[in-house]
Write a protein that binds this ligand. Structure first.
Ligand code: GDP
Ligand code: IMO
Ligand code: MG
Length: 425
């Protein structure tokens, strides 16, 4: 039997997962998204074209790869239909080509889940999570609360009644908020999209993925968000509502822990976060603004400006431990091209102590990062495509990270395009 490799973000999301899954997809027979929903925005660039995927796995542009939306994903049918419509307009039709299947057990995001998300965030005011407002939290709440609707339910004769029952519950909750809404248009779009997604083959992802493994085929599980947004281990409550870590690939696809193979942990050469919550190395100054402008750090899903800061090694070590990372992938090295000096946070000063882990009270007591200065490379690396061309200072930054993190950096990304990727090991 083969094993499932996993690729996931080690920071607060937007590390470049979409690009790298696309780069790796020729090596895999199946790419499977295992958690999250359309709060994700995974960007791919090739041949001068750019695509942003929200729900669809990033293996879709590789001719031979099958793509699965796993049971752990929450699906907004309206967004999924829009993604597929856009792909079709661009000449890609994974459904017609038989390259996309969807788990029956994946939960559906209803228009009222989005309303609940918005009503809740509005009520929280300045303490809000900074949700993408895609209805993710309320949908996972209905899943664990055993109220949710699943993809498989759409083919049942009483789907509409089940829908109405759940919507009544949601309306009852909404009546306790000062929140106005009109569902008519969204509801019509929802039912149109439900009919549309019936054309995508529905599968039991647990049997589907294990069938691939039994047949000796290769599988890559694609994570969404990042480790520090994990509902259990992230900077709670400023997290998303799913397990973004390797364990999430087991429950989100239906595979046993001993079926996990390589774990690719992906991180930026610096760090970003979008939405609220602690971010010890945040640079709320000109340097942060430079990282934002040079790195085009604006959300792929919401367009919001991403908060930027230096790389955070205690946070990365934590993420590596939680995920069992076997190989690292460093992204966006080119964004640091212009800096004379870059910095890496090696420890935190926290409550009068020097620590190298993320403390529980990180939200109430902001840790002060202890920074190590590193000489910049002051070279345009976007066209580097041979190992010999990597500037010495960048090579030494990578060697420093490998020593600190005790995991090899296997890939280096020097630009958004597929071809701007180097294999280091
Ligand atoms: P994801 O959510 O992890 O898939 O990442 P996003 O797509 O949200 O954000 C990553 C952004 O960085 C996208 O705009 C990518 O096109 C871009 N990107 C990816 N790798 C690189 C890189 O090495 N250099 C630069 N400059 N941009 C990159
Ligand atoms: P990808 O897959 C970055 C953040 C939101 C917010 C918090 C909760 O593109 O890396 P939610 O909508 O889940 O209720 O939001 O999580 N967030 C992301 N940040 N990248 C993402 O996905 C994210 N998905 C959610 O900004 O702070
Ligand atoms: Mg993203």
């Amino acid at each position: 039997m083969t094993q499932v490799d996993v690729l996931l973000g080690l920071q607060w999301g937007d590390e470049g997962k979409g690009k790298i899954v696309d780069v790796l997809s020729p090596q895999y027979d199946l790419i499977a998204r295992f958690q999250g929903g359309p709060n994700a925005g995974h960007t791919l660039e090739f041949d001068g074209k750019k695509f942003v995927l929200n729900t669809i796995p990033s293996g879709i542009f590789n001719e031979k790869t099958m793509n699965l939306i796993g049971n752990g994903v929450v699906i907004d049918p309206i967004i999924l239909k829009r993604e597929l419509d856009n792909l079709q307009k661009a000449g890609h039709d994974p459904v017609a080509k038989g390259k996309l299947v969807i788990a029956r057990k994946a939960h559906l995001i209803l228009p009222t889940h989005q309303l609940l998300d918005a009503a809740n965030e509005q009520k929280m005011g300045k303490d809000k999570i900074g949700s993408t407002l895609k209805g993710i939290g309320p949908t996972y709440m209905d899943k664990t609360g055993r109220n949710g609707l699943r993809v498989g339910d759409t083919t049942l004769p009483d789907f509409k009644e089940r829908y109405n029952r759940l919507v009544e519950k949601h309306k009852e909750i909404l009546s306790h908020y000062e929140f106005e809404y009109d569902l008519t248009e969204k509801e019509a779009a929802f039912f149109e999209a439900i009919e549309f997604i019936k054309n995508i083959p529905h599968v039991d992802s647990e049997h589907f993925v294990n069938g691939y493994l039994k047949a000796g085929k290769t599988v890559l599980a694609e994570g969404a968000q990042g480790t520090l947004l994990d509902v259990d281990f992230g900077s709670y409550p400023f997290v998303t509502s799913s397990n973004t870590t390797t364990a999430g690939a087991c429950t989100g696809l239906g595979i046993a822990p001993n079926r996990i193979g390589s774990v690719y942990g992906i991180f930026k050469a610096y760090c970003t976060r979008v939405g609220g919550g602690p971010f010890p190395t945040e640079l709320d100054n000109e340097v942060g603004e430079t990282l934002r402008q040079v790195g085009h750090e604006f959300g792929a899903t919401t367009g919001r400006a991403r908060r930027c800061g230096w790389i955070d090694l205690p946070a990365l070590k934590y993420a590596i431990m939680l995920n069992g990372v076997t190989e690292l992938i460093m992204m966006k090295a080119d964004v640091l091209d212009g800096f004379d000096t870059i910095y890496a946070c090696t420890h935190y000063e926290h409550n009068g102590e020097t620590i190298d882990y993320m403390p529980y009270d990180i939200i109430s007591v902001k840790p002060t990062p202890v920074l190590k200065a590193i000489e910049g490379w002051k070279t345009d690396v976007t066209k580097v495509n041979k190992l010999e061309e990597i500037p010495a200072q960048l090579a030494s930054y990578i060697a420093f990270l490998e020593k600190e993190l005790e995991v090899p950096v296997k890939y280096l990304s020097v630009g958004p395009d597929r071809v701007q990727t180097l294999i280091l090991q």
